[in-house]
Ligand binder design. Sequence first.
Ligand code: KG4
Ligand code: ZN
Length: 340
Amino acid sequence: MKLILGIESSCDETGIALYHTERGLLAHTLHSQIAMHNEYGGVVPELASRDHVRYALPLVREVMKQASCTLGDIDTIAFTQGPGLSGALLVGASVACSLAYALNIPTIAVHHLEGHLLSPLLSDPAPEFPFVALLVSGGHTQLMRVDGVGLYTLLGETLDDAAGEAFDKSAKLLGLDYPGGALLSKLAQHGSPGRFKLPRPMLHSGDLDFSFSGLKTAILLVVQKNAQDEQTRADIARAAQDAIVEVLVKKSLSALKLTGLKQLVIAGGVGANQALRAQLNQAAQQHSFKVFYPDLEFCTDNGAMIAFAGALRMQQHEAQRDYRFNVKPRWDLQQFSQAD
Ligand code: KG4
Ligand code: ZN
């Protein structure tokens, strides 16, 4: 029976949570920096680090209050060690390690993507191992086979832009605010399908890799050639969304076919996209598989998934008492997996 404090600070969200190995998630809280980065059109790493400094400890106090716990009740502190922005990661790592040192308790370094991969287990109904996970965020697009905690096999990934990045860049070309994924999706609701035909990169590549960087060039050409009336912008948004979603759905189906698995889990911010969900739900009915979407608050970056991954890792005796900390801005999940 253990209480784990989780700290996430890899990018533009400070997420803090308390997870109890028997009682489950006791409290979690999040501060998003989106509004601050918005005026720059993307995440400014130095501003991100400073903001994590500002919010980390107040949010720790807030979860303690929410859960009616004291710092003395915490058994272990889990923190995101990578991948992510180095300055941002350093804030979480230093808060975790200094707090653990002061409390004389161990720490667990968590891989951010492992947090995402295991986060569906926080929801009800939860998938059972093994499953295929489609991880689609602003920084990552990967298909993984997940056989258990620490057992991850990369099936395919993007060779350039992530799916979220493709949404955001397309949105920017249409003059929408950053991050534009959700705004583009909203605009696309009024768009008519088929007016603009955009490429489906690597759809027939025969593997499970993705490429989205060509899409923005194609959209740029369409934007330049056409008048920017409201209907045209909506039609372009629709075309961009249709192209990205079709590739994500078809590659996910191929991953299920290749592995013979019958459960697909969607993690990461793009998992919020309604068109993606509708098409996956339809495919799940047609091809008799189950699709799981973690609650939206656990889909995007959060502290709960880090506390939870820490709790699962702790069962494998991974906690340690060496308070010298380092971060891993580039950290390959495959290297770290025990799957062959
Ligand atoms: O997982 P996430 O919150 O953060 C990381 O990148 O780690 O994902 C953020 C990404 C952004 O690119 C955002 O535009 C995209 O998820 N996103 C969406 C939607 N909501 C968020 N993309 C498409 N449709 C949405 N409804
Ligand atoms: Zn993430």
